[in-house]
Every structure is written in C-alpha cells, then in structure tokens.
Design a protein around this ligand. Structure first.
Ligand code: LCV
Length: 259
C-alpha cells in the first residue's frame, strides 16, 4: 500500500504523507517513499515541492516511528537513521520545499517541517518537540536545525517541556512564514510556489545550498565531538531511555529515575 500520494503540475511536485492510520509516523517505509519521490522530482526538474498531509488532517505527522527506535545500546538518531536521511534529502533538494501544515506536528516531524524552506500552517496547527518526553538524546544536527529556527529560550522551553506551542507563537517567532485558514491554505501555498517557479531555478538552488552551508557552518573540535558523543551515549544507554520507549509502546506515562 502506498504511504504517500504524489502529483506534479506546472513544475511543482506534491507529496501527501498518507499513512493516516499511524498519523504519518515517520517510519522507514514512509521516509523511503518520500525520498524516492524527491529523487523522481529532481529527475523531472520540479522547481518547487509541497510536502503535506491529506487536507483536513488533525495530525501532520506524529514524528519518528517510536516502534523503530533502537531499545538501547545504539544511537537512536545516528547519521543513517531514516529521519536523518529525510532531513538531509529535504535540505539538499535543489529547489524550495514548502511545508503545508495542518494539524499537530510532533517530535522529529517538527524538525522535518523546519528543514523545509517555507512553512505555511493553518490556525489549528501545533508544534511539539518531544525527546524529553521519551528520554531521547536528540542529535547535534537536529538541535542545529531547531537552533537555526527558534530563539534559544524558546527552543529550550520546547525541548524541556515537550509541550506543543500554538501556531500563533510559531508565527511570532518567524518559524512559520504564514498562517492561512484551511479553506485558503492550498491556493495560497501553490501561488507562493508558482512565484518561485517563475524565477531562476539555478539562482535559487545555489542560494538554497549556500544558506544550508552557512547555517550549518560550526567549528567543532574532536574533543568536543567526543564529549558530546559520550554525553549522548549515557542517555541512550540509560534506564530512562528504555523506559521512555517502553512506556510509549505500552501506552502509559513513563517513570523516569534520572539514570
Ligand atoms: C509510532 C505512532 C506514533 C509514533 N510512532 O491517534 O523527537 S523525538 O526525539 O521525540 C523522536 C524520537 C520522535 O519524533 O518521537 C516521536 C514523538 N511523537 C510523539 O510523541 C507523538 C505520539 N503520538 C501521539 O501523541 C498521538 O498519536 C497523536 C496526538 C499524534 C494522535 O493521537 P490520536 O489519538 O489521533 P493515536 O494515538 O490513537 O495513534 C494512532 C496509531 O498511531 C500510532 C499509535 O500508537 C496508534 O497505533 P495503534 O492504532 O496500533 O494503537 N502512533 C502515533 N504516533 N510517533 N506509532
């Protein structure tokens, strides 16, 4: 069963995440279909991509498929983790990717939305960054995506509370470009995409890549890298990480012991 719906029109490719039974949880299978669609759009020289859930969705995406997280002893968000692969695919796609957001955006799906170039959401949309709720040590690249989008105090609030923020706050912060009602958002997003499609695709793709390189340019020493890896290993090897994952699958609140 296809987990996405794709269409192309006027050099704009559309990907509808359509695994609604699992609230578009970003499973390896769903991510695989999205990345294949992006490859096809690149082949077809699509000059803009719209990433969305079905119209009227209450959940844009429930984030990383928790059932696919390792149960301990292995970095849950390593370089080759499907979510990391998807984030890079979006950031490296050589044209604007517009997130059309309806409903709740959870966990790694927040990073997916923030990896897009333009975010347009309905008034009902919410954003929750949830590693702390699961006991997950979010990875450095993921935190950099967040930090490039959200002022530090608000990023810390979102990371430490794991609670959703309303789209009005996201708009005030500049995380979201526009808020439009559900009955107008589709027309608005495709008109915005059409404006970009009419401009030079070479100029836009180069500027998108320059901005990606500039926003990820950070000096990090081997000592610093190894210290961070060690800190994160303590977490994903901990009782609390295993408890967070287990509690989620057992549909109960986790009991974190701080070890
Ligand atoms: C697997 C799911 C999921 C799911 N995985 O529908 O950022 S990090 O570090 O935290 C990263 C590791 C990450 O992204 O973790 C995931 C963070 N996501 C969340 O915490 C959201 C978890 N989901 C929910 O809170 C609810 O599903 C929402 C509020 C999104 C929707 O609630 P609703 O009542 O509409 P259900 O909860 O009934 O979900 C429908 C089915 O999808 C599964 C869920 O287990 C259920 O499966 P069953 O029908 O087998 O019970 N599901 C939902 N989210 N992230 N599976």
């Amino acid at each position: 069963m296809a987990l996405i719906i794709t269409e192309t029109q006027d050099a704009i490719g559309t990907i509808v995440m359509n695994h609604t039974a699992r609230r578009n949880a970003l499973s390896e299978a769903l991510i695989g279909e999205i990345t294949l669609a992006l490859d096809a759009f690149r082949e077809q020289s699509m000059r803009a991509v719209v990433l969305r859930a079905p119209a009227g969705a209450k959940v844009w995406s429930a984030g990383h498929d928790v059932g696919e997280l390792p149960t301990g002893g292995r970095d849950p968000l390593g370089w080759s983790d499907p979510l990391r692969v998807l984030i890079r695919a979006i950031q490296e796609y050589p044209a604007p990717v517009l997130a059309l957001i309806e409903g709740g955006v959870w966990g790694g799906a927040c990073e997916l939305a923030m990896a897009c170039d333009i975010l347009v959401a309905t008034p009902e949309a919410t954003f929750a960054i949830t590693p702390a709720k699961l006991g997950v040590p979010y990875n450095l690249g993921g935190l950099l995506t967040v930090l490039n989008m959200i002022p530090l105090p608000v990023a810390k609030e979102m990371l430490f509370t794991a609670q959703p923020i309303p789209v009005a706050q996201a708009l005030n912060l500049g995380v979201v470009n526009y808020v439009r009602p559900a009955d107008q958002i589709e027309t608005f997003v495709y008109a915005l995409a059409a404006q970009m499609v009419a401009n030079s695709p070479l100029s836009i793709s180069v500027m998108k890549e320059e901005l990606r390189l500039l926003s990820s340019a950070r000096s990090i020493t081997p000592d610093l890298f190894e210290r961070i890896q060690g800190l994160r290993r303590v977490v994903y090897d901990s009782h609390d990480y295993h408890e967070g994952i287990t509690a989620f699958s057992e549909k109960r609140k986790p009991r974190f012991l701080g070890r």
